[in-house]
Each structure stands twice: as structure tokens, then as C-alpha cells.
Ligand binder design. Structure first.
Ligand code: PLP
Length: 459
């Protein structure tokens, strides 16, 4: 018989896909050229077949190939830790657990999706994966995945991160990837942007356009996606599934699951399996789900649920999602991973249906929470993860004020050892508030709605 402890250390055998359990069908993907419902072929041309397939699939469980489970065993299962020192510091009756994804070779949850895409790229004979990255976490993770499976890797990294995070670039190069500062002269998109503004610091949406142009011009290449798409989110469900098994020996079950939201992959990865237990009526209690975003890019809390592109040049298909607008120009922040204008369609649908809540935090309070976590639990969190920590701390403090027990689980999706410059600025007392400019946000949203008024509902 398998004991609970043995079950707690098994790597999951399947990924969970939430699509069949959503409260309504996902709105269709719209072709960027014809503006009709996108032909499946478009996604298959751009992305690895398995990624494209999962965008339309109603399959609830996807078997994880054994070869991939073997690769996962390099760092999985990741630890589930009770944050007792943080609890003691806060003097809270809440019980706080975190799932520590920082132990993957590139240092974040992004490795879960990267090795999966590199594996399927190899299987289908794709020679090269091309991608875009801002914080650099996804770029390094893909470089790692590609080196494991012997696939070439090209990463367009927005110039601001390329210059401020040289170690991420070095790490990706150590794994054999080619890293290009974006905007670059490599693509027409990049050349046009540089012509208009030779000092452009780039953005995720610009880097994405360059990656898509590069992919479209090379039949041996495909675009690799670090978030937003269903397959990526599904591959992250190893996080939540492991957490469920690992919490059993503690005889606890979360009342609340918290994760930061860029495109939505680490948050979905941790909460989807709990959502499944709720819809399949096997959960012992109702669980609240809380997504945490940066107030610099407040798409869930101040954006709109409309059709938008995932890149600035409108080369990607249109997805219905919470967005700040693909031309939205966010303030510079040290949290590149949350500096993304759009959100996964599945997460957007759940937020719109009121089944998932969202909150936004400003940069200084997030770094304060990150530093407190480092000084209590010992791990320096990625600034992205520090958003989830801030929300956890606030909830634990509310529990204290109300003298209420609550089990909180959050996703510690990455470490901040290569993001140290943000902490340096914070400790030097130089970090400023960085809320999104409401005028700029309105401009960007009005622009999207003006482009495709017939696609947009009343949300
Ligand atoms: C450490 C870390 N956490 C979170 C994110 C946000 O992405 P997602 O919402 O897809 O998890 C990123 C993105 O780069 C990241 O690097």
C-alpha cells in the first residue's frame, strides 16, 4: 500500500486542463487577418503542435510522457513548506504554506512549461524554438529546456532587462541559447521601432512581435510561449497536484490559494487542481482563489475583458482576455514578469465570472514583503513572487485582526537572486510608487476597442 508520505513525493502522471470545467466555453480565437474565427492551422503553424492542439482540446487530463517525468525529476517534486517563521513574525492564527518552485535549474516555475515545449518540439522535428522574454526567467527556462532536448533556441529579450539583468542573459547563453536585445535589427519590426526611437527600451509586446516575425520567416522554427495559452497553464498544474498530495500528511487543506499574475501560468498551475476538486465535489471545503498583479499593469483590476493581441504589431491572433491594451506603455518596474498587458483567456473568464478574485500592489510594498520573507523564511523571492507574498501577509494580518484561523497556500514561483538590483534600489530607499497612468491606460484600451468594435461586448 502506498503511504500518504510516499504519495506526497510522486511526480504527477497527468496535467490537468481546466477547459471542460470552465463555467462557459472559452470565446473563440480570432484570426488577426480575416477577423473571423481562427483556423486551427494558424496556431499549428506558429506553435508546437501539442500547444496548438491543447488550445482547442476539451481533454481534461493529458498524460505526461515518461521521458518528461524523468526530466522533471531533476527538480520535482518541489518542496511544500509551512512558513512557520513568517507565521511567528506576523503572530497570526493563519497557517501559511508555500510551494517552492525556486528549486528548478533556471530558478522558477517556467521550467515546467519550457521542458514540455522543447520535448514536443523535438518529437515533431522542429529545429528551433523562438521566444520573447522580459524578466528573463522564461528565456532562461526555455534555454534550459532546449539544451535538455537538443533544440536550438533564440530569445528576444527586451532591452531594459537585457541591460539590467546581464546574469539572466549569461545563464541562457551557458545553456547554448542565442539572446538578442529587443528591439533589434534582426527583424523588420525591430528596425522600424529603432528608426522611430533609437533609444527604445523595448517591451514584452515588442519582443513578442520580433519573435513572431522570426518564426514566420523560418519554416523550421516555432514560437515558444511562456504563459497565457492553455497548454502552458496545464503543464504548470504539476505544482497544484503536488501541493495537494504534500499537504495531506499535515492534515490541512487550503482555504485560499494565492499566486502572482503575469500571463497567469504559475497561479493557474497552483489553483486549477483545487478548482477541479471543487467542481468534481471532492474538495472538503470551498477554496478562494486570489490572483495578484502589479499596479503598474493592472489589467485584472482596471483593464477590460475584450479581444486583444498579445503583441504590439498585431501579428498574433486575437484572444478574449483581461487586457491593458497591447500598446499600453507601463511604467518601468523591477517585475518584468508581470509587465504583460494581457491575461490567459481561461483565467480572464474565471475572473469575469467572479470565481477568481484579483488584487494589485505597488512596487515598494511588494519589495518590503519580499525582504520580510527573506528575513523570516530565508529565501529571497523573485519580485513577481513577492506580490503573492504581500497578499498572503495582508490576509494573515486580517486573520490576526479577526482572530480567525485560515489555511493559506501561495506559489513561490521564483527566486530573486538574479533580480538583486531591484532589492538594492529598495534597500537604498530609492524605490518609488509606480501605478499605471490612468490616462495612458484609457488611451490603450480605447485604441483596442476602436480597432475591433464589432468584436467587443459590453464587459
Ligand atoms: C518568477 C516569475 N513569476 C511569475 C511570472 C509571471 O508569469 P505567469 O503569470 O505566467 O506565471 C514570471 C514571468 O516571467 C516570472 O518570471
Amino acid at each position: 500500500m502506498v503511504t500518504r508520505l510516499e504519495r506526497a513525493i510522486e511526480i504527477p502522471r497527468q496535467w490537468y486542463n481546466i477547459a471542460p470545467d470552465l463555467p462557459s466555453k472559452l470565446p473563440p480565437v480570432i484570426d488577426q487577418h480575416t477577423h473571423g474565427i481562427a483556423d486551427k492551422k494558424i496556431l499549428h503553424r506558429l506553435f508546437v503542435n501539442e500547444v496548438a492542439r491543447a488550445e482547442y482540446s476539451g481533454e481534461r487530463f493529458i498524460t505526461i510522457p515518461e521521458e518528461l517525468r524523468e526530466v522533471y525529476s531533476i527538480w520535482r517534486p518541489t518542496p511544500l513548506v509551512r512558513a512557520k517563521r513568517l507565521e511567528r513574525y506576523l503572530n497570526t492564527p493563519a497557517r501559511i504554506y508555500y510551494k517552492n518552485e525556486t528549486v528548478s535549474p533556471p530558478g522558477s516555475h517556467k521550467a515546467n512549461a519550457a521542458v514540455a515545449q522543447a520535448y514536443y518540439a523535438k518529437q515533431e522535428g522542429t529545429d528551433r524554438l523562438v521566444t520573447s522574454t522580459t524578466a528573463g526567467q522564461w528565456g532562461t527556462a526555455l534555454a534550459f529546456g532546449c539544451t535538455i532536448f537538443g533544440v536550438k533556441c533564440t530569445v528576444y529579450m527586451s532591452k531594459s532587462s537585457y541591460e539590467s539583468k546581464p546574469y539572466r542573459k549569461d545563464l541562457a547563453e551557458a545553456w547554448g541559447a542565442e539572446i538578442i536585445s529587443s528591439p533589434s535589427t534582426r527583424t523588420k519590426v525591430g528596425r522600424d521601432i529603432l528608426k522611430a526611437d533609437p533609444n527604445s527600451s523595448g517591451s514584452m509586446a515588442v519582443a513578442k512581435s520580433e519573435a513572431l516575425e522570426d518564426t514566420e520567416s523560418d519554416p523550421t522554427a516555432k514560437d515558444a510561449v511562456g504563459s497565457i495559452m492553455n497548454f502552458v497553464l496545464a503543464t504548470q498544474t504539476v505544482i497544484g497536484q503536488e501541493a495537494q498530495a504534500q499537504m495531506e500528511p499535515y492534515e490541512d487543506y487550503p482555504d485560499m490559494v494565492i499566486g502572482c499574475v503575469g500571463g497567469g501560468s504559475n497561479f493557474s498551475g497552483i489553483f486549477w487542481p483545487y478548482y477541479y476538486e471543487m467542481v468534481s465535489k471532492t474538495a472538503p471545503k470551498q477554496v478562494e482563489f486570489l490572483g495578484v498583479e502589479s499596479s503598474a499593469v493592472p489589467k485584472l483590476t482596471k483593464g477590460q475583458y475584450i479581444y486583444d493581441h498579445s503583441d504590439v504589431m498585431r501579428m498574433s491572433p486575437l484572444f478574449k482576455m483581461y487586457t491593458a491594451g497591447h500598446t499600453f506603455n507601463p511604467p518601468e518596474i523591477h517585475t518584468g514578469g508581470l509587465r504583460v498587458h494581457g491575461t490567459a483567456p481561461s483565467l480572464s473568464l474565471l475572473v469575469n465570472a467572479g470565481l477568481v478574485k484579483a488584487v494589485a500592489y505597488n512596487q515598494p510594498e511588494v519589495f518590503e514583503a519580499g525582504a520580510l520573507f527573506a528575513r523570516t523564511e530565508g529565501i529571497l523571492p523573485a519580485p513577481e513572487s513577492a506580490h503573492a507574498i504581500k497578499a498572503t501577509i495582508d490576509e494573515a494580518r486580517r486573520c490576526k485582526a479577526q482572530n480567525k484561523e485560515k489555511v493559506i497556500l501561495f506559489s513561490l514561483c521564483g527566486h530573486g537572486i538574479l533580480d538583486i538590483e531591484g532589492y538594492r534600489e529598495y534597500f537604498a530607499g530609492n524605490m518609488k510608487d509606480n501605478d499605471a497612468d490612468p490616462v495612458e491606460l484609457k488611451r490603450a484600451l480605447d485604441e483596442v476597442k476602436g480597432l475591433y468594435p464589432w468584436l467587443q461586448g459590453n464587459d
